[in-house]
Design a protein around this ligand. Structure first.
Ligand SMILES: Cc1cc2nc3c(=O)[nH]c(=O)nc-3n(C[C@H](O)[C@H](O)[C@H](O)COP(=O)(O)O)c2cc1C
Length: 138
């Protein structure tokens, strides 16, 4: 299995969440804005792309959605989405999932991570478990 975790973060919390999910999946977490042309070739071979961002005013940042449009077309390959936020996260998750579906990915799982005063732990058990489940093919 060739998975990858991509994230778009403004304040660093989605990176922490991405690293926990990547631990469970047995892969690495990569910022979408640091992808190189060689990474794009690798993305074409990935059988699951996990994409995450923060929730801002109940939505993903527009730039995060624009990066989805720059991914290779999914052609039915699997994707999963995750969003980090204080309280209103569902709309952001759905919008991110829709953008990936529009790009041709089959979205198989969504996960939100609430945080308010505390940062997201890179050892978050729930997020590591989410990554493990994806690896098992859920
Ligand atoms: C201007 C602003 C708007 C926000 N709007 C929401 C929101 O609508 N719902 C929510 O759950 N969290 C909201 N948050 C909290 C962020 O989603 C949260 O800080 C998250 O960890 C950001 O992820 P990032 O650090 O990866 O960008 C907002 C934060 C800021 C600064």
């Amino acid at each position: 299995m060739e998975p990858i975790v991509l994230y778009y973060t403004l304040m660093g919390e989605t990176k922490n969440a991405a690293m926990a999910i990547a631990t469970g999946l047995g892969t690495e977490a990569v910022a979408v804005y640091s992808l190189k042309p060689s990474d794009i070739e690798r993305l074409k071979k990935c059988d699951i792309v996990v994409f995450g961002c923060g929730s801002y005013f109940g939505m993903p940042p527009e730039r995060a959605l624009e990066f989805v449009d720059l991914l290779p077309r999914g052609e039915g390959r699997k994707a999963a989405v995750f969003c980090v936020g204080w309280i209103i996260i569902g709309g952001a998750l759905d919008a991110l999932a829709k953008r990936l579906a529009d790009r041709g990915y089959t979205v198989v799982a969504k996960r939100s991570k609430k945080r308010f005063f505390s940062p997201v732990s890179r050892e978050d058990k729930g997020l590591i478990g989410f990554g493990r489940k994806l690896r098992e093919g859920v």
